[in-house]
Design a protein around this ligand. Structure first.
Ligand code: NDP
Length: 283
């Protein structure tokens, strides 16, 4: 039997529709959510992400500003721009597309963004809040995964959840969100021994590794829910996930790549921006 495909594209369109409706209501109260997106240099993948973020802003009725800075921009100049945007009343959320050029400290950029405008939820204040379980913004990719689980009626409560990957942007916050929802969470990484056996315990398996086809059917329990966060390119240059397609025959639910977890990420950024606007205006 083949797994139910968890359709992130459809859910994303539905959520964007409800964000647009809320934005219209906010505008009647004189508030327009605004997102500032900064990109430094011209990494082609980053340019695509930034374009998609601008498109999503338009779809949700937001105001947006884009700052495309040359690769030789100094850290001081970048932090200066962020300081300005922190003060701008039109801007509810700020994000700086990562990676930034090597001469700029990623952490310094993250630290400079006002936590109330940190719609990526990377600032240490927001990271701490996620740990405590009392947060306004949730990192976009894990937030999108949680929405997908909810949409398909999958409750992590009491379930064995295994997250493969421990990055600050996906693996760690993903694990925290599952834990807050009462999952029994195991986090795996490159030094985990007996990885396949650990993965086979999972009722919910999340792959955030960055290696095409890394999760193979022998690593998956029959009937498990498999969430594929990976975005990779295979030998033919086609976009593919971290999970081998044959896993579809073993899982009960699975996110396709593309069209699963991916589309949800930018939608969650929009959700965080809307929330930021509401919080800043005490609405
Ligand atoms: P990172 O490279 O930051 O983290 C990868 C993680 O995988 C690390 O924790 C690493 O372990 C672990 N890992 C690597 N090799 C192995 C192995 N052999 N066995 C077990 N664990 C391993 O990646 P990200 O978290 O940023 O992204 C992961 C994937 O998700 C990528 O494909 C990325 O493109 C995609 N992504 C998708 C998004 C979306 O919108 N859907 C958004 C963000 C990312 P260790 O810590 O020990 O090195």
């Amino acid at each position: 039997m083949s797994a139910v495909r968890m359709d992130g594209k459809a859910l994303s369109a539905k959520v964007r529709g409800s964000i647009l409706a809320e934005t219209k209501a906010l505008k009647e109260k004189g508030v327009t959510p605004g997102l500032a997106v900064i990109i430094v240099g011209n990494d082609p993948a980053s340019e695509i992400y930034v374009r998609n973020k601008e498109k999503a802003c338009a779809e949700c009725g937001f105001y947006s500003e884009k700052y495309a800075l040359p690769a030789e921009t100094s850290q001081e100049e970048l932090l200066g721009l962020i300081a300005q945007l922190n003060q701008s009343p039109q801007i509810s959320g700020i994000l700086c597309q990562m990676p930034v050029p090597e001469h700029i400290s990623e952490q310094a950029v993250i630290d400079a963004i006002d936590p109330k405008k940190d719609v990526d939820a990377f600032h240490p204040v927001n990271v701490g809040k996620i740990m405590v379980g009392n947060f306004d913004f949730v990192p976009c990719t894990p937030a999108g995964v949680m929405e997908l689980l909810d949409e398909y009626g999958i409750d992590p409560k009491g379930k064995e959840c295994v997250v493969v990957g421990r990055s600050n942007i996906v693996g760690k916050p993903m694990s925290m969100l599952l834990l807050h929802r009462h999952g029994t969470v195991t986090i795996c990484h490159s030094r985990t021994s007996g990885l396949a056996a650990v993965c086979r315990r999972a009722d919910i398996l999340v792959a955030a590794v960055g290696k095409a086809g890394f999760i193979t059917p022998d690593m998956v329990k029959d009937g498990a829910v498999v969430i594929d966060v990976g975005i990779n390119r295979n030998a033919e240059g086609k976009v593919c996930g971290d999970v081998a397609p044959e896993v579809m025959e073993k899982a009960s639910y699975m996110t396709p790549v593309p069209g699963g977890a991916g589309p949800m990420t930018i939608t969650m950024l929009m959700k965080n921006t809307l929330k930021a606007a509401k919080l800043q205006h005490s609405l």
